[in-house]
Unconditional design. Structure first.
Length: 52
């Protein structure tokens, strides 16, 4: 298992709601590619917080 996978599993087991893969590069133009995914996951986490 890769180091990245072990970190994801560790944090999910510790209560993380979800994760977003880090875009490539130090300063990445890929941020625009994950904008919708990130927004959707933040909103889902927000809904989850208010239903528990």
């Amino acid at each position: 298992m890769s180091n990245r996978c072990s970190h994801v599993i560790k944090h999910m087991n510790s209560g993380a709601f979800d994760f977003v893969a880090k875009p490539s590069g130090a300063v990445s133009l890929d941020l625009l590619k994950i904008k919708k995914e990130l927004h959707a996951k933040v909103m889902a986490a927000r809904r989850q917080m208010f239903t528990n």
